[in-house]
Each structure stands twice: as C-alpha cells, then as structure tokens.
Design a protein. Structure first.
Length: 478
C-alpha cells in the first residue's frame, strides 16, 4: 500500500514494517513543551539526529533589490514595500529513506518535492508580495524514537544556525515543544498540524494555523454535528480514548466532557493511551487500545471517539482489534483521522461505521474538487516543475501550499515587513477576509485570540452505494 496523502508517509511504513506504528505518525503530541525551547538558549550545543539543511535562492537576475536583514524596521504606510529577498524556515516530513530501507514503494511526489516546487513557482511568479524566497529547510524523519530531540534540532537550525523571522511548519506543530521554542526565540510560525488546546493556541501569540483547528474546536464540532444528525443520541453509550498529552487532557476535561453532559448524552466511558513521543511508543499504544476494545465492548459502548494528534493510528488499532471480536461500534471522527486515506486500511465490517465532521475535504471524502485558491496552488507548483496528478497529490499540495498563501496575505498587510510581531498582528487582523486552500469553503477567521483559521466544517459518513465517504451536510460554522 502506498499513500501519498497529506502527512501520510507513515502509512507507507505501516505496510512495510509493523502494524503497531503509532510513533510513525507525523503529527505526534506536545508532551514536552520545554524540551525544544531549551535548544534555542543552550549555546553549548546539543546532540541532534541527522538533518538536512538546504538553502534555495532565486537566480540573482530575478532579485528585486539587494539582500537585507528581514528583521529590519517595519516600513511606514507611505514607504515603498520591502521587496528584498526573504529568508524563511521550512519544515516537512521526509520518511523516504526509512521507507526505502523497509522495502516500501517510493512516491513520485512528496512533501519535499512539493515545497521546493512551490518555492520555485512562487519565485518565478515574482515572489511573495515581491519578495523572492530563500529557504532553510529541515527534513524530519518522524520514524525516529525521540521527537523532542528532533524538534530541538529543528528549532536550533532556525534560531541559532540561521536567522529567520518566520517558519512555515508542516511537520511539527506543538510536537516536542517546537512551536514554544520558536515563540521563545521571537520567531513567527505558520503551522498546519498539531494545534493543541484552545488555551495553548491562544497563548502562542506569534503563530497561526490555516489548516487545522484546536483540539477543543475539532471535537466539539464532531459532537455538535453528529448529535445534529441523530447519529449520536442519549440512547448511545460513548467510549472516549484520549491520547494522554497535556493539551488533549485539558481540552477533554475543560471543554469536551462538559459538552457531552450539556448535550444530554450519557457519561462517557474513558480510556487513555500514553502521549506519543517517538516511534517506540507504538507497542504500548497498541496494547492500551486493545484493552480499551475489551472494556468498551463489555460496557456496551456503541459510539467511539479518539482525542489526539494520532487519531488516525488510534482508529486503525481500535478497528482492527474490534473486527477480530466481531465488535462494530460507530466511530465519531474528525479530519485528524484522515478518514478517506484510512478507509481501505480498515476491515470491511468497520468501514460502514465511519461518521464524522471535518474541515479538510481532501482528507474527509474521495470526491473533493479544487477550488479557485486550490487551483492557484496547482499553478504555482506546476510553474516550479511539480505537477500533481492523483487525488492524493492534490490533497498533499493544498496542505503544503496553505502556509505560503497565508504568509503572502500577511506580507501584503505589512507592506512587506517580515518582523515576527508585524506578521502575527497582520494575520490576527485578517478576520474572515482570507480565503485558504484545502479547507471547507476556503473559509477562515483570525483574531488576537483565534489563531486556528478554519471556520467551517461538514458532516461526512460512509456511503454504501459507492463504499466511500461523502459529505452529507451543508457547511456550518465550526
């Protein structure tokens, strides 16, 4: 099986090595917020895993002005826009070497090729708001055993070895304290994964996320949407598995569990798995999920929800164990479960139970169409020599493209200034005006406290007529 969806190089590994690969996941959890932060202040150096640093510069004859420090004084409203070259940090998942060593099939288009194609296409198109991009790239092999160490190495690359004011992050998010480390160093980030709880998201004032919602919003949307369709009622018994990371626990205890009560639902039966910190967490997670299957089945649980960054792996583990016991509860999923990509990995008796509420069409269903802003991403990548062909290619492209277009909108608002605080303030001021790729209706909302952008969600479910997942409801606010 080869999957080229979004952040799913993991699933290539899933077929090639062990079925117990929670820690292969490319999202992870923020189990050690301070670990990476220490890397930015430890001048003595840290032992780090192998990394790749790549600097991509536009040809000299295309540069609009001599290079200057991007952290210069912000231009005034009447000044000419800053069109000097802009150095940015970029992270992406790159598990191809590990996959190859395990005998998995390689893919033609991956996160690295798309990112580099977008940069080339953007520069050929005149840059972002006239600024040619120069990149410092960190390739993360998420099959490593210590994600905090990886996050520390990535943060050190951007804050110590180089001087970037903005990082476009499609690899870490809050994993290993990466976002906190950048924040402590005064570096802005636009991330697409692992947004954390509403509280931690609001506290990270130098970041924004155009693609993913907080844990609170994602699973509140699932509960609201599926009670609205009567797939989840007071007659059902919920079972909830929480990935035991601080943000997940906070969101569950303070937001999600109280909502379950207020909706008039039965008190859920809880279970947990350890917070994933690396590849080696897989075996323990599988055992914990197997125990949860036995517990839920004995207690008559007929609706199951997974709360965590590795929702898709928890779904895979749980459904496999449930199928072996002829246990077929209904699943309450978010886009984090990557349901469309996961569908064929589930046993046939488990597939019809897939229901959910999501904000990412290419992740949720098998019939998403490119919007106008999605098509712009395709054009930029094509100009850079990367041509997405398959459905999975297009889904991965819009995911990788989102941070570039949000940065462009911010630079337009700052007159080209890339000072971290200027960028953060500009994004907060966008309100609902920014149209983003890869999300329902392209709808966003940003503010001083709302930094997770997606604004709309839709209900999806398994359709027997096509044995596929389809949206069944109209877009509604998340």
């Amino acid at each position: 099986m080869t999957v080229t969806r979004r952040h799913l190089p993991l699933l290539v590994l899933l077929a090639a090595c062990s079925p117990l690969l929670l820690a292969c996941g490319t999202t992870g959890s923020d189990s050690s917020d301070d670990t990476a932060a220490s890397a930015a202040t430890d001048s003595s150096g840290t032992s780090t895993p192998e990394t790749t640093e790549s600097v991509t510069s536009a040809p000299s004859d295309t540069l609009a002005a001599p290079a200057t420090d991007p952290a210069d004084t912000a231009p005034t409203a009447t000044a000419a826009p800053d069109t000097s070259p802009l150095q940015i940090g970029i992270t992406y998942i790159s598990n191809e070497q590990t996959s190859s060593e395990l005998g998995a099939e390689s893919v033609a288009i991956n996160q690295k090729s798309i990112v580099q194609g977008l940069v080339a296409g953007i520069n050929a198109d005149g840059g972002l708001n006239g600024r040619q991009l120069e990149t410092v790239e960190y390739e993360w092999d998420s099959s490593s055993d210590d994600w905090s160490l990886d996050a520390s190495a990535a943060c050190a690359m951007f804050t110590q070895d180089n001087d970037v004011s903005i990082v476009l992050d499609t690899a870490f998010g809050t994993v290993g304290g990466f976002r906190s480390c950048l924040e402590d160093a005064g570096v802005a980030s636009i991330q697409t994964l692992s947004e954390g709880s509403a509280a931690s998201s609001a506290a990270a004032t130098l970041h924004a996320n155009p693609s993913s919602m907080t844990v609170d919003r994602a699973y509140v949307s699932v509960l609201d949407g599926l009670t609205g369709t009567d797939y989840l009622t007071a007659d059902n018994q919920m079972g909830v598995i929480v990935e035991n990371c601080p943000d997940n626990v906070t969101a569950y205890d303070e937001t999600i569990k109280p909502l379950i009560t207020s909706l008039g639902l039965k008190e859920p039966i809880d279970a947990s798995v350890d917070c994933a910190t690396g590849f080696a967490a897989a075996t323990a997670a599988s055992a914990a999920v197997n125990n949860a299957v036995l517990k839920f089945n004995d207690a008559g649980v007929d609706r199951v929800m997974f709360i965590g960054d590795n929702e898709y792996i928890l779904l895979l583990f749980f459904s496999g164990a449930a199928s072996s016991q002829a246990y077929t509860p209904g699943y309450l999923l978010s886009s984090n479960a990557q349901p469309n990509a996961m569908l064929t990995s589930l046993a046939v008796d488990q597939q019809p139970q897939m229901h959910g509420v999501g904000n990412q069409p290419f992740n949720d269903i098998d019939s998403a169409e490119l919007s106008a802003v999605d098509q712009r991403c395709v054009e930029l990548a094509s100009a850079g020599g990367v041509n997405p062909v398959t459905y999975g290619d297009k889904g991965l492209l819009v995911f990788e493209c989102a941070p570039f277009l949000l940065l462009e909108a911010a630079l337009q608002a700052t007159n080209g200034s890339a000072i971290a605080t200027d960028l953060a303030e500009a994004i907060s001021a966008l309100d609902t005006t920014y149209v983003g790729p890869g999300i329902v209706e392209g709808a966003t909302r940003f503010s001083d406290t709302d930094r997770d952008g997606p604004a709309m969600v839709r209900v999806f479910e398994f359709d027997d007529s096509c044995s596929c997942l389809q949206y069944t409801g109209e877009p509604v606010p998340a």
